[in-house]
Design a protein around this ligand. Structure first.
Ligand code: CP
Length: 309
Protein backbone atom coordinates (compact mmCIF):
# COMPACT_ATOMS: atom_id res chain seq x y z
CA UNK A 1 0.00 0.00 0.00
CA UNK A 2 1.56 3.33 -1.06
CA UNK A 3 -1.26 5.67 0.00
CA UNK A 4 -4.15 5.35 2.45
CA UNK A 5 -7.20 6.50 0.49
CA UNK A 6 -9.91 3.96 1.41
CA UNK A 7 -10.42 0.83 3.50
CA UNK A 8 -11.74 -1.51 0.82
CA UNK A 9 -8.24 -1.66 -0.73
CA UNK A 10 -6.77 -2.95 2.55
CA UNK A 11 -6.28 -6.67 3.22
CA UNK A 12 -6.69 -8.26 6.64
CA UNK A 13 -2.87 -8.42 6.84
CA UNK A 14 -2.59 -4.67 6.08
CA UNK A 15 -5.11 -3.82 8.81
CA UNK A 16 -3.52 -6.18 11.34
CA UNK A 17 -0.11 -4.62 10.66
CA UNK A 18 -1.52 -1.13 11.35
CA UNK A 19 -3.26 -2.27 14.55
CA UNK A 20 -0.23 -4.20 15.83
CA UNK A 21 2.09 -1.27 15.09
CA UNK A 22 -0.31 1.09 16.86
CA UNK A 23 -0.22 -1.23 19.88
CA UNK A 24 3.58 -0.87 19.87
CA UNK A 25 3.13 2.90 20.03
CA UNK A 26 0.61 2.80 22.88
CA UNK A 27 3.27 2.80 25.58
CA UNK A 28 4.81 5.96 24.05
CA UNK A 29 1.53 7.76 23.51
CA UNK A 30 0.10 7.08 26.96
CA UNK A 31 3.17 7.48 29.16
CA UNK A 32 3.24 10.41 31.60
CA UNK A 33 6.71 11.61 30.60
CA UNK A 34 8.28 12.33 27.22
CA UNK A 35 5.99 11.10 24.43
CA UNK A 36 8.45 11.21 21.56
CA UNK A 37 10.54 8.82 19.44
CA UNK A 38 12.88 9.69 16.54
CA UNK A 39 11.13 7.31 14.09
CA UNK A 40 10.33 9.97 11.43
CA UNK A 41 13.09 12.48 12.17
CA UNK A 42 13.91 14.41 9.00
CA UNK A 43 10.64 13.53 7.21
CA UNK A 44 8.24 16.33 6.23
CA UNK A 45 4.45 16.02 6.45
CA UNK A 46 1.89 18.57 5.21
CA UNK A 47 -1.56 18.62 6.80
CA UNK A 48 -3.99 20.09 4.29
CA UNK A 49 -7.33 20.55 6.04
CA UNK A 50 -9.83 22.07 3.63
CA UNK A 51 -12.79 21.21 5.90
CA UNK A 52 -13.07 21.78 9.67
CA UNK A 53 -11.82 19.10 12.06
CA UNK A 54 -11.07 18.83 15.77
CA UNK A 55 -10.15 15.19 16.41
CA UNK A 56 -8.50 14.19 13.13
CA UNK A 57 -6.40 17.32 12.68
CA UNK A 58 -5.17 17.52 16.28
CA UNK A 59 -4.40 13.80 16.47
CA UNK A 60 -2.41 13.88 13.21
CA UNK A 61 -0.47 16.91 14.45
CA UNK A 62 0.27 15.23 17.79
CA UNK A 63 1.17 11.93 16.10
CA UNK A 64 3.64 13.78 13.83
CA UNK A 65 5.26 15.50 16.84
CA UNK A 66 5.50 12.20 18.73
CA UNK A 67 7.29 10.64 15.74
CA UNK A 68 9.66 13.67 15.50
CA UNK A 69 8.52 14.51 11.94
CA UNK A 70 8.66 18.09 10.65
CA UNK A 71 5.13 19.19 9.78
CA UNK A 72 3.13 22.15 8.67
CA UNK A 73 -0.63 22.62 8.68
CA UNK A 74 -2.57 24.52 6.02
CA UNK A 75 -6.27 25.33 5.92
CA UNK A 76 -8.39 26.28 2.94
CA UNK A 77 -9.10 29.80 4.21
CA UNK A 78 -5.42 30.60 4.93
CA UNK A 79 -3.97 29.31 1.65
CA UNK A 80 -3.99 30.70 -1.89
CA UNK A 81 -7.00 28.45 -2.59
CA UNK A 82 -9.09 31.50 -1.58
CA UNK A 83 -7.44 33.42 -4.46
CA UNK A 84 -8.65 30.78 -6.89
CA UNK A 85 -5.53 28.61 -7.09
CA UNK A 86 -6.42 25.13 -8.31
CA UNK A 87 -5.83 22.07 -6.13
CA UNK A 88 -3.33 20.73 -8.68
CA UNK A 89 -1.30 23.96 -8.56
CA UNK A 90 -1.41 24.02 -4.75
CA UNK A 91 -0.15 20.44 -4.50
CA UNK A 92 2.54 20.87 -7.16
CA UNK A 93 3.72 24.04 -5.39
CA UNK A 94 4.10 22.32 -2.03
CA UNK A 95 5.51 19.21 -3.71
CA UNK A 96 8.30 21.36 -5.18
CA UNK A 97 9.47 21.95 -1.59
CA UNK A 98 10.28 18.21 -1.31
CA UNK A 99 7.73 16.97 1.20
CA UNK A 100 7.25 13.29 2.06
CA UNK A 101 3.54 13.10 2.86
CA UNK A 102 0.22 14.93 2.46
CA UNK A 103 -2.60 14.38 4.96
CA UNK A 104 -5.79 15.73 3.42
CA UNK A 105 -9.32 16.46 4.75
CA UNK A 106 -11.69 17.81 2.10
CA UNK A 107 -15.37 18.52 1.60
CA UNK A 108 -15.18 17.15 -1.95
CA UNK A 109 -15.08 13.35 -2.36
CA UNK A 110 -12.09 12.23 -4.45
CA UNK A 111 -9.76 15.07 -3.41
CA UNK A 112 -7.07 12.80 -1.81
CA UNK A 113 -7.08 10.61 -4.95
CA UNK A 114 -6.65 13.77 -7.04
CA UNK A 115 -3.65 14.74 -4.91
CA UNK A 116 -1.95 11.40 -5.69
CA UNK A 117 -2.04 12.42 -9.38
CA UNK A 118 0.00 15.57 -8.62
CA UNK A 119 2.71 14.28 -6.30
CA UNK A 120 4.97 11.30 -5.66
CA UNK A 121 4.66 11.94 -1.92
CA UNK A 122 2.53 9.58 0.19
CA UNK A 123 -1.12 10.68 0.61
CA UNK A 124 -3.39 9.88 3.57
CA UNK A 125 -7.11 10.56 3.31
CA UNK A 126 -8.26 12.29 6.52
CA UNK A 127 -11.91 12.27 5.37
CA UNK A 128 -13.29 13.26 1.95
CA UNK A 129 -16.93 14.27 1.61
CA UNK A 130 -19.32 11.33 1.90
CA UNK A 131 -16.68 8.96 0.50
CA UNK A 132 -14.13 7.60 2.99
CA UNK A 133 -12.46 8.20 6.36
CA UNK A 134 -9.99 5.30 6.59
CA UNK A 135 -7.98 6.55 9.57
CA UNK A 136 -11.23 6.81 11.57
CA UNK A 137 -11.95 3.17 10.73
CA UNK A 138 -8.51 2.08 11.94
CA UNK A 139 -8.93 3.82 15.31
CA UNK A 140 -12.39 2.28 15.62
CA UNK A 141 -11.04 -1.21 14.93
CA UNK A 142 -8.21 -0.63 17.40
CA UNK A 143 -10.67 0.40 20.12
CA UNK A 144 -12.97 -2.57 19.49
CA UNK A 145 -10.10 -5.08 19.27
CA UNK A 146 -8.62 -3.73 22.49
CA UNK A 147 -11.88 -4.35 24.37
CA UNK A 148 -12.65 -7.83 22.99
CA UNK A 149 -9.13 -9.04 22.10
CA UNK A 150 -10.25 -9.89 18.55
CA UNK A 151 -12.50 -8.68 15.73
CA UNK A 152 -13.60 -11.86 13.96
CA UNK A 153 -17.10 -13.03 14.78
CA UNK A 154 -18.12 -9.84 16.60
CA UNK A 155 -21.57 -8.47 15.89
CA UNK A 156 -21.51 -4.74 15.18
CA UNK A 157 -24.51 -2.48 14.55
CA UNK A 158 -23.73 0.77 12.72
CA UNK A 159 -26.68 3.02 13.48
CA UNK A 160 -28.08 6.21 12.00
CA UNK A 161 -27.25 8.38 9.02
CA UNK A 162 -25.75 5.60 6.87
CA UNK A 163 -26.17 7.25 3.47
CA UNK A 164 -24.27 10.46 4.27
CA UNK A 165 -21.53 8.86 6.37
CA UNK A 166 -17.94 8.38 5.26
CA UNK A 167 -17.38 6.78 8.66
CA UNK A 168 -19.85 4.01 7.82
CA UNK A 169 -18.41 3.73 4.31
CA UNK A 170 -14.95 3.06 5.78
CA UNK A 171 -15.79 1.11 8.92
CA UNK A 172 -18.24 -1.43 7.47
CA UNK A 173 -15.89 -2.86 4.80
CA UNK A 174 -12.94 -2.87 7.23
CA UNK A 175 -14.97 -4.79 9.83
CA UNK A 176 -16.08 -7.28 7.17
CA UNK A 177 -12.47 -7.77 6.05
CA UNK A 178 -11.58 -8.61 9.65
CA UNK A 179 -14.38 -11.17 9.94
CA UNK A 180 -16.97 -9.21 11.93
CA UNK A 181 -20.71 -9.29 11.19
CA UNK A 182 -22.09 -5.83 10.42
CA UNK A 183 -25.76 -4.82 10.60
CA UNK A 184 -26.76 -1.40 9.30
CA UNK A 185 -29.59 0.31 11.20
CA UNK A 186 -31.25 3.51 10.08
CA UNK A 187 -34.40 5.25 8.90
CA UNK A 188 -35.36 4.20 5.35
CA UNK A 189 -34.37 7.67 4.04
CA UNK A 190 -30.86 7.26 5.53
CA UNK A 191 -30.21 3.70 4.32
CA UNK A 192 -27.70 2.87 1.58
CA UNK A 193 -29.17 2.24 -1.88
CA UNK A 194 -27.52 -1.13 -2.52
CA UNK A 195 -29.43 -3.80 -0.52
CA UNK A 196 -26.32 -6.06 -0.54
CA UNK A 197 -23.78 -3.33 0.28
CA UNK A 198 -20.61 -5.17 1.45
CA UNK A 199 -22.90 -8.04 2.46
CA UNK A 200 -24.36 -6.04 5.37
CA UNK A 201 -28.06 -6.55 6.17
CA UNK A 202 -30.08 -3.35 6.78
CA UNK A 203 -32.96 -2.78 9.14
CA UNK A 204 -34.92 0.21 10.35
CA UNK A 205 -35.44 -1.18 13.87
CA UNK A 206 -32.69 -0.67 16.44
CA UNK A 207 -34.87 -2.29 19.11
CA UNK A 208 -35.03 -5.57 17.16
CA UNK A 209 -31.24 -6.03 16.94
CA UNK A 210 -29.67 -4.22 19.90
CA UNK A 211 -29.71 -7.10 22.38
CA UNK A 212 -27.70 -9.30 19.99
CA UNK A 213 -24.87 -6.80 19.36
CA UNK A 214 -21.34 -6.67 20.80
CA UNK A 215 -20.78 -3.12 19.54
CA UNK A 216 -23.36 -0.40 18.96
CA UNK A 217 -21.70 2.25 16.80
CA UNK A 218 -23.76 5.44 16.65
CA UNK A 219 -23.24 7.75 13.66
CA UNK A 220 -23.55 11.50 13.78
CA UNK A 221 -26.54 12.84 11.86
CA UNK A 222 -24.76 14.79 9.12
CA UNK A 223 -27.02 17.86 9.19
CA UNK A 224 -24.58 19.74 6.90
CA UNK A 225 -24.80 17.03 4.19
CA UNK A 226 -28.58 16.72 3.79
CA UNK A 227 -28.58 18.77 0.54
CA UNK A 228 -32.30 19.50 0.50
CA UNK A 229 -33.40 16.19 2.05
CA UNK A 230 -35.94 16.38 4.86
CA UNK A 231 -34.06 17.00 8.12
CA UNK A 232 -35.59 14.95 10.95
CA UNK A 233 -36.61 16.73 14.14
CA UNK A 234 -34.18 16.10 16.99
CA UNK A 235 -36.91 14.76 19.28
CA UNK A 236 -38.43 12.38 16.71
CA UNK A 237 -35.04 11.07 15.58
CA UNK A 238 -34.02 10.52 19.20
CA UNK A 239 -37.24 8.62 19.95
CA UNK A 240 -36.85 6.22 17.02
CA UNK A 241 -33.06 5.88 16.56
CA UNK A 242 -31.33 7.62 19.46
CA UNK A 243 -29.33 5.61 21.97
CA UNK A 244 -30.91 6.24 25.38
CA UNK A 245 -30.54 4.36 28.67
CA UNK A 246 -33.70 2.36 28.05
CA UNK A 247 -32.07 0.86 24.93
CA UNK A 248 -28.64 0.55 26.57
CA UNK A 249 -30.21 -1.59 29.31
CA UNK A 250 -31.06 -4.20 26.63
CA UNK A 251 -27.43 -4.52 25.50
CA UNK A 252 -25.29 -7.59 26.29
CA UNK A 253 -23.31 -7.41 29.50
CA UNK A 254 -19.92 -6.89 27.79
CA UNK A 255 -21.18 -4.82 24.83
CA UNK A 256 -19.73 -1.38 24.14
CA UNK A 257 -20.85 1.90 22.58
CA UNK A 258 -18.83 3.90 20.03
CA UNK A 259 -19.31 7.23 18.24
CA UNK A 260 -16.80 8.97 15.93
CA UNK A 261 -17.61 12.49 17.19
CA UNK A 262 -18.52 15.25 17.06
CA UNK A 263 -21.74 14.19 18.80
CA UNK A 264 -25.21 15.65 18.54
CA UNK A 265 -26.02 14.96 22.19
CA UNK A 266 -29.75 14.43 22.64
CA UNK A 267 -30.19 13.44 18.99
CA UNK A 268 -28.37 10.23 18.02
CA UNK A 269 -26.97 9.69 21.53
CA UNK A 270 -28.12 10.88 24.94
CA UNK A 271 -25.67 12.68 27.19
CA UNK A 272 -25.81 10.07 29.99
CA UNK A 273 -25.15 7.29 27.45
CA UNK A 274 -22.17 9.12 25.91
CA UNK A 275 -20.63 9.36 29.38
CA UNK A 276 -21.58 5.90 30.72
CA UNK A 277 -19.22 3.00 31.54
CA UNK A 278 -19.93 1.19 28.25
CA UNK A 279 -18.96 4.23 26.18
CA UNK A 280 -15.59 3.96 24.39
CA UNK A 281 -15.81 7.41 22.79
CA UNK A 282 -12.76 8.89 24.53
CA UNK A 283 -10.87 5.60 24.06
CA UNK A 284 -11.48 6.10 20.32
CA UNK A 285 -9.95 9.57 20.55
CA UNK A 286 -6.91 8.18 22.34
CA UNK A 287 -6.55 5.41 19.74
CA UNK A 288 -6.64 8.10 17.02
CA UNK A 289 -3.16 9.36 17.93
CA UNK A 290 -1.49 5.97 18.05
CA UNK A 291 -3.16 4.47 14.95
CA UNK A 292 -2.20 7.61 13.00
CA UNK A 293 1.36 7.27 14.31
CA UNK A 294 1.31 3.70 12.99
CA UNK A 295 -0.10 4.66 9.56
CA UNK A 296 2.44 7.44 8.98
CA UNK A 297 5.30 5.31 10.27
CA UNK A 298 4.45 2.34 8.04
CA UNK A 299 3.68 4.41 4.93
CA UNK A 300 6.97 6.25 5.26
CA UNK A 301 8.92 3.02 5.27
CA UNK A 302 8.95 1.82 8.86
CA UNK A 303 8.70 -1.83 9.82
CA UNK A 304 5.92 -3.16 12.02
CA UNK A 305 8.48 -4.54 14.48
CA UNK A 306 11.49 -2.95 16.11
CA UNK A 307 9.64 0.04 17.56
CA UNK A 308 11.16 0.84 20.90
CA UNK A 309 8.84 2.39 23.44
N1 CP B 1 -14.36 11.94 13.80
C1 CP B 1 -13.86 13.02 13.12
O1 CP B 1 -13.43 12.91 11.96
O2 CP B 1 -13.91 14.17 13.82
P1 CP B 1 -13.35 15.58 13.30
O3 CP B 1 -14.24 16.04 12.19
O4 CP B 1 -13.39 16.49 14.52
O5 CP B 1 -11.95 15.37 12.81
Amino acid sequence: VKNLIDTYSLTADDITQILDTAASFEAINNRPGIKKVPALRGRTIVNLFLEPSTRTKSSFELAEKRLSADSLSMGGSTSSVVKGESLADTIQTIDAMNVDMFVCRARLAGTPQKITENTDAVVINAGDGKHQHPTQAMLDLYTIRKHFGHLDGLKVAIVGDLAHSRVCGSLAPALKTMGAEVTLVGPPTFQVDDPDWFGCPQTSSLDEVIEDMDVVYMLRVQLERMEGAAIPSKREYNRLYGLDMRRVNHMKENAIICHPGPMNRGMEINADVADCARSRILNQVNAGVLTRMAEMYLLLGGESNGISA
